[in-house]
Design a protein around this ligand. Sequence first.
Ligand code: GRG
Length: 309
Amino acid sequence: MNLMERRLQSKNNVDLKSYLHEKRSIVDEALQACLPEPEGPASDVIKAMRYSLFAGGKRLRPILCLAGTESVGGIHTDSLSIACALEFIHTYSLIHDDMPVMDDDDFRRGKPTGHKVFGDAVALLAGDALLTEAFRLMATAHLTVDITPQVLLKVIALISQAAGYRGMVGGQTVDIQSEGKRVDISLLKFIHTHKTGALISASVASGAMLGPANESQIEAIKTFGHNIGLAFQISDDILDIEGNSETMGKEAGVDERKGKITYPSLVGLSESKRIQSELADAAVESLQAFDHRAEPLRQIAMYIIERSE
Ligand code: GRG
Protein backbone atom coordinates (compact mmCIF):
# COMPACT_ATOMS: atom_id res chain seq x y z
CA MET A 1 0.00 0.00 0.00
CA ASN A 2 1.47 3.39 -0.89
CA LEU A 3 1.19 6.57 1.11
CA MET A 4 -1.86 7.96 -0.60
CA GLU A 5 -3.80 4.69 -0.28
CA ARG A 6 -2.76 4.44 3.33
CA ARG A 7 -3.95 7.97 3.98
CA LEU A 8 -7.35 7.25 2.42
CA GLN A 9 -7.72 4.00 4.34
CA SER A 10 -6.61 5.28 7.70
CA LYS A 11 -9.43 5.06 10.22
CA ASN A 12 -7.45 6.94 12.82
CA ASN A 13 -6.72 10.09 10.86
CA VAL A 14 -5.67 12.76 13.30
CA ASP A 15 -5.94 16.36 12.28
CA LEU A 16 -2.21 16.81 11.86
CA LYS A 17 -2.39 20.58 11.54
CA SER A 18 -4.12 20.90 14.92
CA TYR A 19 -1.81 18.29 16.43
CA LEU A 20 1.31 20.17 15.31
CA HIS A 21 -0.17 23.47 16.44
CA GLU A 22 -1.07 22.13 19.88
CA LYS A 23 2.29 20.45 20.44
CA ARG A 24 4.19 23.47 19.17
CA SER A 25 2.44 25.68 21.78
CA ILE A 26 3.33 23.19 24.52
CA VAL A 27 6.96 23.18 23.39
CA ASP A 28 7.12 26.97 23.06
CA GLU A 29 5.78 27.44 26.58
CA ALA A 30 8.27 24.92 27.98
CA LEU A 31 11.15 26.56 26.09
CA GLN A 32 10.22 29.93 27.57
CA ALA A 33 10.49 28.40 31.02
CA CYS A 34 13.91 26.89 30.20
CA LEU A 35 15.70 30.15 29.54
CA PRO A 36 15.54 33.25 31.80
CA GLU A 37 14.96 36.77 30.54
CA PRO A 38 18.35 38.35 29.77
CA GLU A 39 19.87 40.06 32.78
CA GLY A 40 23.22 40.36 34.54
CA PRO A 41 26.70 40.84 33.05
CA ALA A 42 26.30 37.90 30.60
CA SER A 43 22.90 39.07 29.38
CA ASP A 44 24.06 39.40 25.75
CA VAL A 45 24.63 35.69 25.36
CA ILE A 46 21.17 34.96 26.79
CA LYS A 47 19.69 37.52 24.36
CA ALA A 48 21.40 35.78 21.45
CA MET A 49 20.27 32.35 22.65
CA ARG A 50 16.69 33.55 23.00
CA TYR A 51 16.79 35.37 19.67
CA SER A 52 17.56 32.21 17.74
CA LEU A 53 15.49 29.91 19.93
CA PHE A 54 12.36 32.01 19.38
CA ALA A 55 12.94 32.96 15.74
CA GLY A 56 10.01 30.84 14.55
CA GLY A 57 11.20 27.25 14.11
CA LYS A 58 8.71 24.49 13.38
CA ARG A 59 9.76 22.57 16.53
CA LEU A 60 9.82 19.34 14.53
CA ARG A 61 12.39 17.58 16.73
CA PRO A 62 10.66 18.27 20.06
CA ILE A 63 7.29 17.37 18.55
CA LEU A 64 8.74 14.08 17.29
CA CYS A 65 10.04 13.41 20.78
CA LEU A 66 6.61 14.01 22.37
CA ALA A 67 4.90 11.97 19.63
CA GLY A 68 7.42 9.17 20.19
CA THR A 69 6.52 9.05 23.88
CA GLU A 70 2.81 9.03 23.14
CA SER A 71 3.17 6.36 20.45
CA VAL A 72 4.05 3.78 23.11
CA GLY A 73 1.45 4.94 25.61
CA GLY A 74 3.54 7.44 27.59
CA ILE A 75 2.51 10.96 28.51
CA HIS A 76 4.16 13.87 26.77
CA THR A 77 4.92 15.82 29.95
CA ASP A 78 7.48 13.13 30.83
CA SER A 79 9.57 13.95 27.78
CA LEU A 80 9.17 17.73 27.68
CA SER A 81 12.63 18.54 29.11
CA ILE A 82 14.29 16.21 26.61
CA ALA A 83 12.18 17.72 23.82
CA CYS A 84 13.41 21.20 24.81
CA ALA A 85 17.00 19.99 24.95
CA LEU A 86 16.65 18.69 21.38
CA GLU A 87 15.47 22.10 20.20
CA PHE A 88 18.42 23.73 22.02
CA ILE A 89 20.81 21.42 20.17
CA HIS A 90 19.07 22.03 16.85
CA THR A 91 19.19 25.81 17.38
CA TYR A 92 22.90 25.70 18.24
CA SER A 93 23.57 23.80 15.02
CA LEU A 94 21.70 26.37 12.95
CA ILE A 95 23.50 29.34 14.56
CA HIS A 96 26.89 27.77 13.86
CA ASP A 97 25.89 26.57 10.39
CA ASP A 98 24.85 30.10 9.38
CA MET A 99 28.16 31.69 10.40
CA PRO A 100 30.62 33.01 7.78
CA VAL A 101 33.06 30.20 8.55
CA MET A 102 30.42 27.65 7.54
CA ASP A 103 27.43 28.39 5.26
CA ASP A 104 27.60 32.19 5.59
CA ASP A 105 23.85 32.86 5.54
CA ASP A 106 22.34 36.25 6.35
CA PHE A 107 18.75 35.09 6.79
CA ARG A 108 16.98 32.18 8.42
CA ARG A 109 13.27 31.84 9.06
CA GLY A 110 12.86 35.26 7.42
CA LYS A 111 15.02 36.99 10.03
CA PRO A 112 18.67 38.07 10.10
CA THR A 113 20.84 35.21 11.37
CA GLY A 114 22.31 35.28 14.89
CA HIS A 115 25.79 36.50 13.90
CA LYS A 116 24.27 39.30 11.79
CA VAL A 117 22.51 40.63 14.90
CA PHE A 118 24.99 39.85 17.68
CA GLY A 119 28.31 39.52 15.88
CA ASP A 120 30.35 36.37 15.32
CA ALA A 121 31.77 35.98 18.82
CA VAL A 122 28.48 36.24 20.72
CA ALA A 123 26.67 34.08 18.13
CA LEU A 124 29.34 31.39 18.44
CA LEU A 125 29.08 31.51 22.23
CA ALA A 126 25.27 31.45 22.11
CA GLY A 127 25.52 28.22 20.10
CA ASP A 128 28.00 26.78 22.61
CA ALA A 129 25.76 27.80 25.49
CA LEU A 130 22.66 26.24 23.91
CA LEU A 131 24.51 22.97 23.41
CA THR A 132 25.84 22.82 26.97
CA GLU A 133 22.55 23.97 28.48
CA ALA A 134 20.82 21.14 26.59
CA PHE A 135 22.92 18.68 28.58
CA ARG A 136 22.07 20.41 31.86
CA LEU A 137 18.38 20.19 30.95
CA MET A 138 18.69 16.49 30.20
CA ALA A 139 20.78 15.72 33.27
CA THR A 140 18.17 17.31 35.54
CA ALA A 141 15.05 15.97 33.78
CA HIS A 142 14.53 13.23 36.39
CA LEU A 143 14.09 15.88 39.11
CA THR A 144 10.74 17.03 37.79
CA VAL A 145 9.21 13.96 36.17
CA ASP A 146 9.04 10.26 36.77
CA ILE A 147 11.97 8.93 34.70
CA THR A 148 14.44 6.40 36.03
CA PRO A 149 18.10 7.51 35.95
CA GLN A 150 18.86 4.36 33.90
CA VAL A 151 16.47 5.32 31.11
CA LEU A 152 17.59 8.93 31.27
CA LEU A 153 21.25 7.97 30.87
CA LYS A 154 20.40 5.85 27.83
CA VAL A 155 18.54 8.81 26.33
CA ILE A 156 21.44 11.18 26.99
CA ALA A 157 23.88 8.70 25.41
CA LEU A 158 21.65 8.36 22.35
CA ILE A 159 21.31 12.12 21.87
CA SER A 160 25.05 12.71 22.47
CA GLN A 161 25.82 10.15 19.79
CA ALA A 162 23.41 11.79 17.34
CA ALA A 163 24.70 15.32 17.98
CA GLY A 164 28.45 14.70 18.01
CA TYR A 165 31.07 13.38 15.60
CA ARG A 166 29.19 10.10 15.21
CA GLY A 167 26.17 12.05 13.94
CA MET A 168 25.44 15.69 13.14
CA VAL A 169 28.95 17.13 13.61
CA GLY A 170 30.42 14.26 11.57
CA GLY A 171 27.94 14.85 8.75
CA GLN A 172 28.55 18.59 8.80
CA THR A 173 32.32 18.04 8.63
CA VAL A 174 32.05 15.81 5.58
CA ASP A 175 29.55 18.21 4.00
CA ILE A 176 31.90 21.16 4.34
CA GLN A 177 34.92 19.21 3.18
CA SER A 178 33.05 17.93 0.14
CA GLU A 179 32.36 21.38 -1.29
CA GLY A 180 33.64 21.61 -4.84
CA LYS A 181 34.58 17.92 -4.86
CA ARG A 182 33.02 14.91 -6.53
CA VAL A 183 30.43 13.36 -4.26
CA ASP A 184 28.73 10.08 -5.09
CA ILE A 185 25.34 8.98 -3.85
CA SER A 186 26.72 6.90 -0.99
CA LEU A 187 28.74 9.82 0.39
CA LEU A 188 25.75 12.13 -0.03
CA LYS A 189 23.62 9.63 1.86
CA PHE A 190 26.24 9.61 4.62
CA ILE A 191 26.14 13.41 4.81
CA HIS A 192 22.35 13.59 4.89
CA THR A 193 21.81 10.77 7.39
CA HIS A 194 24.44 12.18 9.73
CA LYS A 195 24.06 15.95 9.35
CA THR A 196 20.27 16.04 9.50
CA GLY A 197 18.91 12.52 9.95
CA ALA A 198 20.73 11.59 13.15
CA LEU A 199 19.15 14.22 15.40
CA ILE A 200 15.70 13.70 13.88
CA SER A 201 16.00 9.99 14.46
CA ALA A 202 17.26 10.47 18.03
CA SER A 203 14.34 12.81 18.71
CA VAL A 204 11.68 10.23 18.06
CA ALA A 205 13.70 7.36 19.56
CA SER A 206 14.45 9.25 22.78
CA GLY A 207 10.76 10.08 23.12
CA ALA A 208 9.83 6.43 22.76
CA MET A 209 12.51 5.36 25.25
CA LEU A 210 10.93 7.68 27.79
CA GLY A 211 7.51 6.12 27.11
CA PRO A 212 8.99 3.75 28.19
CA ALA A 213 9.16 1.52 25.11
CA ASN A 214 10.33 -2.09 25.00
CA GLU A 215 13.36 -3.13 22.93
CA SER A 216 11.42 -4.14 19.83
CA GLN A 217 9.44 -0.88 19.90
CA ILE A 218 12.70 1.08 20.20
CA GLU A 219 14.15 -0.76 17.20
CA ALA A 220 11.02 -0.08 15.14
CA ILE A 221 11.05 3.59 16.09
CA LYS A 222 14.74 3.87 15.22
CA THR A 223 13.97 2.51 11.73
CA PHE A 224 11.13 5.00 11.48
CA GLY A 225 13.44 7.84 12.56
CA HIS A 226 16.22 6.84 10.21
CA ASN A 227 13.83 6.85 7.24
CA ILE A 228 12.11 10.12 8.02
CA GLY A 229 15.45 11.75 8.84
CA LEU A 230 16.81 11.07 5.38
CA ALA A 231 13.45 11.92 3.78
CA PHE A 232 13.51 15.27 5.62
CA GLN A 233 16.88 16.26 4.19
CA ILE A 234 15.87 15.15 0.69
CA SER A 235 12.76 17.31 0.99
CA ASP A 236 15.07 20.18 2.00
CA ASP A 237 17.03 19.58 -1.22
CA ILE A 238 13.79 19.54 -3.22
CA LEU A 239 12.46 22.67 -1.52
CA ASP A 240 15.60 24.50 -2.53
CA ILE A 241 14.45 23.95 -6.12
CA GLU A 242 10.67 24.04 -5.87
CA GLY A 243 10.07 25.98 -2.66
CA ASN A 244 8.85 29.51 -2.18
CA SER A 245 11.42 31.78 -0.53
CA GLU A 246 8.74 33.66 1.41
CA THR A 247 7.12 30.51 2.86
CA MET A 248 10.50 29.02 3.74
CA GLY A 249 11.90 32.22 5.28
CA LYS A 250 15.14 31.74 3.36
CA GLU A 251 16.24 32.06 -0.22
CA ALA A 252 15.47 29.23 -2.64
CA GLY A 253 18.04 28.14 -5.24
CA VAL A 254 20.94 28.52 -2.82
CA ASP A 255 22.23 24.95 -3.16
CA GLU A 256 22.60 25.29 -6.91
CA ARG A 257 24.25 28.70 -6.64
CA LYS A 258 26.71 27.40 -4.06
CA GLY A 259 27.37 24.31 -6.19
CA LYS A 260 26.13 22.00 -3.39
CA ILE A 261 25.62 18.36 -4.24
CA THR A 262 22.05 17.37 -3.45
CA TYR A 263 19.78 14.43 -4.26
CA PRO A 264 18.16 16.28 -7.20
CA SER A 265 21.57 17.31 -8.56
CA LEU A 266 22.79 13.69 -8.41
CA VAL A 267 19.72 11.62 -9.29
CA GLY A 268 17.26 14.19 -10.68
CA LEU A 269 14.11 15.66 -9.22
CA SER A 270 11.64 12.90 -10.00
CA GLU A 271 13.95 10.13 -8.73
CA SER A 272 14.53 12.18 -5.56
CA LYS A 273 10.77 12.33 -5.05
CA ARG A 274 10.45 8.61 -5.63
CA ILE A 275 13.18 7.86 -3.08
CA GLN A 276 11.52 10.21 -0.63
CA SER A 277 8.14 8.43 -0.95
CA GLU A 278 9.85 5.08 -0.57
CA LEU A 279 11.47 6.30 2.65
CA ALA A 280 8.16 7.60 4.01
CA ASP A 281 6.51 4.30 3.11
CA ALA A 282 9.25 2.37 4.88
CA ALA A 283 8.90 4.64 7.91
CA VAL A 284 5.16 4.01 8.15
CA GLU A 285 5.71 0.30 7.55
CA SER A 286 8.07 0.09 10.52
CA LEU A 287 5.24 1.16 12.83
CA GLN A 288 3.00 -1.73 11.80
CA ALA A 289 2.91 -3.21 15.30
CA PHE A 290 1.93 0.14 16.84
CA ASP A 291 -1.69 1.10 17.47
CA HIS A 292 -3.61 4.35 16.88
CA ARG A 293 -1.34 6.19 19.31
CA ALA A 294 1.35 6.17 16.61
CA GLU A 295 -0.96 7.84 14.10
CA PRO A 296 0.63 11.30 14.54
CA LEU A 297 4.03 9.76 13.70
CA ARG A 298 2.61 8.10 10.58
CA GLN A 299 1.17 11.41 9.47
CA ILE A 300 4.34 13.31 10.27
CA ALA A 301 6.14 10.94 7.86
CA MET A 302 3.73 12.06 5.14
CA TYR A 303 3.99 15.70 6.16
CA ILE A 304 7.78 15.60 5.89
CA ILE A 305 7.70 14.72 2.22
CA GLU A 306 4.91 17.15 1.40
CA ARG A 307 6.07 20.13 3.47
CA SER A 308 6.50 23.57 1.98
CA GLU A 309 8.62 25.15 4.75
C1 GRG B 1 27.09 23.30 12.90
C2 GRG B 1 27.49 21.10 14.06
C3 GRG B 1 26.76 21.89 13.08
C4 GRG B 1 25.83 21.26 12.38
C5 GRG B 1 24.97 21.90 11.45
C6 GRG B 1 21.69 20.89 10.90
C7 GRG B 1 22.92 21.41 10.30
C8 GRG B 1 24.18 20.85 10.78
C9 GRG B 1 22.94 22.36 9.40
C10 GRG B 1 21.75 22.99 8.90
C11 GRG B 1 21.87 23.11 7.45
C12 GRG B 1 20.56 22.86 6.90
C13 GRG B 1 19.75 24.05 6.62
C14 GRG B 1 20.20 21.62 6.66
C15 GRG B 1 18.90 21.33 6.08
C16 GRG B 1 18.01 20.57 6.98
C17 GRG B 1 17.72 21.34 8.16
C18 GRG B 1 18.39 20.91 9.39
C19 GRG B 1 16.88 22.33 8.08
C20 GRG B 1 16.47 23.12 9.23
O1 GRG B 1 15.63 22.36 10.04
P1 GRG B 1 14.11 22.76 10.22
O2 GRG B 1 13.45 22.91 8.88
O3 GRG B 1 14.30 24.20 10.86
O4 GRG B 1 13.47 21.83 11.17
P2 GRG B 1 13.31 25.11 11.70
O5 GRG B 1 13.61 26.51 11.21
O6 GRG B 1 11.89 24.73 11.47
O7 GRG B 1 13.73 24.91 13.12
